[in-house]
Design a protein around this ligand. Structure first.
Ligand code: GLA
Length: 381
């Protein structure tokens, strides 16, 4: 894709780019809707990336082109960038320019061309890949001296304040900071964590991604509503964030909340515990133990957090019925992808069973692929 991206750049702008950078999509083993509650997450980077070819300009103009877009070049003036002013996909890279300037960095104009094989609207963080690819390209082009978490926070700021989606740090931290062959155990309060080795094929296991093709849109208000509900619950409980309630305190805390907020609390507190249990199982060399944890996580997202949909529920139940060790939906919800942990020997059986179940239910065909933990954002040429 590097070559394709450089070719797209030359076709649009003429000449050669100064460099090409890539940022990956992500899976999340466990830890869903915990990041804006200052809890734990455990993502890994996908081999699927958004690449950007970029070149500095001598003026204050920004040009943005996507090979997956409508063929148009978006042209913007650096000094006129304002939240909400850029429609569509271009808001993500434009927001990174804006966030860097807002943070006091000296930027000039640039021409950028993007190519991506990250499925969009599939709960695999395609928007974060646009942001994180832009952040690393601009860091290099203008010698900003940021580190990977610093770029992730700029990318998150772009999404929160420029695009207007109140997401947590999961997607941008994953796309910027993941390491090949590992899952990234991250405490989103302190942004500290560690890389946990994740070589499932070595023990005969495979992570299967099932993209239900049901598009989700975090901008539609449901996500913001859930976040607001969690913040209200934390305020009522007198804690900075729901991450401060432990499993042992759950029953007492629930009793202090109005009925509609109790399931949100239950999900967040039990999900944080599931992240800790998952890391403990991996550390103990017991990866098969992840299966039931994944399935319990899905039940919590379906019954308490209520962000699943018929297609993700079916993908989970069909995969499990066909012998998967466990499965759950990933990302914001209301569609998107399911992650299943499968004995490699059963991979074909599980994939066929999921396709058959979708056909029988009259749902559109899902897309399935296996996930190998890959490298975070990096320069490719
Ligand atoms: C989306 C958001 C993330 C996170 C997940 C749910 O992917 O962008 O910040 O909240 O949903 O875990």
């Amino acid at each position: 894709m590097t070559t394709a991206t450089a070719t797209a750049f030359t076709a649009r702008y003429g000449g050669s780019p100064d460099g090409v950078w890539a940022a990956p999509g992500r899976i999340n083993l466990i830890g869903e809707h915990t990041d804006y509650n200052e809890g734990y997450v455990l993502p890994a980077a996908l081999p699927h990336t958004t690449t950007v070819a970029a070149r500095r300009r001598a003026d204050g103009v920004v040009r943005l082109f996507s090979a997956q877009g409508d063929g148009e070049v978006t042209e913007l003036a650096l000094d006129a960038l304002a939240p909400g002013s850029v429609p569509g996909w271009a808001a993500y890279p434009a927001g990174v320019f804006w966030a860097l300037i807002e943070a006091g960095h000296a930027l000039g104009g640039a021409d950028l061309a993007f190519c991506s094989d990250v499925p969009t609207g599939a709960g695999l963080s395609s928007s974060a890949t646009l942001e994180c690819a832009t952040a690393i390209a601009l860091d290099d082009l203008f010698g900003l001296g940021l580190d990977a978490p610093g770029r992730a926070l700029i990318a998150q700021r772009a999404e929160n304040a420029f695009v207007g989606v109140p997401c947590g740090a999961l997607d941008q931290m994953a796309s910027s900071c993941c390491v090949a062959g590992h899952a990234h155990f991250l405490d989103t309060r302190t942004l500290t964590g560690r890389q946990v080795p994740l070589d499932l094929p070595a023990v005969g296991l495979t992570l299967l991604v099932i993209d239900t093709k049901v598009k989700h849109d975090l901008g539609d208000g449901a996500y913001a509503g859930l976040r607001a509900g969690c913040e209200r619950a934390a305020a009522l409980l007198g804690v900075p964030a729901l991450r401060d309630i432990t499993i042992a305190e759950l029953g007492t805390a629930e009793a202090q909340l109005p009925a509609e907020l109790r399931p949100l609390l239950r999900h967040v507190v039990t999900e944080d515990q599931r992240v800790l249990d998952t890391v403990a199982a991996l550390d103990a060399g017991e990866p098969r133990a992840l299966g039931p944890i994944l399935t319990a996580g899905h039940a919590s997202l379906r019954d308490d957090y209520r962000v699943s949909c018929p297609e993700t529920d079916l993908a989970v139940s069909a995969a499990n019925a066909a012998g998967a060790l466990g499965a759950r939906m990933m990302g914001g919800g209301f569609g998107g992808s399911v992650l299943a942990l499968v004995d490699t020997a059963l991979l074909d059986t599980v994939e066929r069973a999921v396709h058959a179940a979708f056909a029988e239910a009259g749902f559109g065909a899902p897309q399935t692929f296996t996930a190998t933990p890959s490298q975070g954002a990096h320069r490719v040429s």
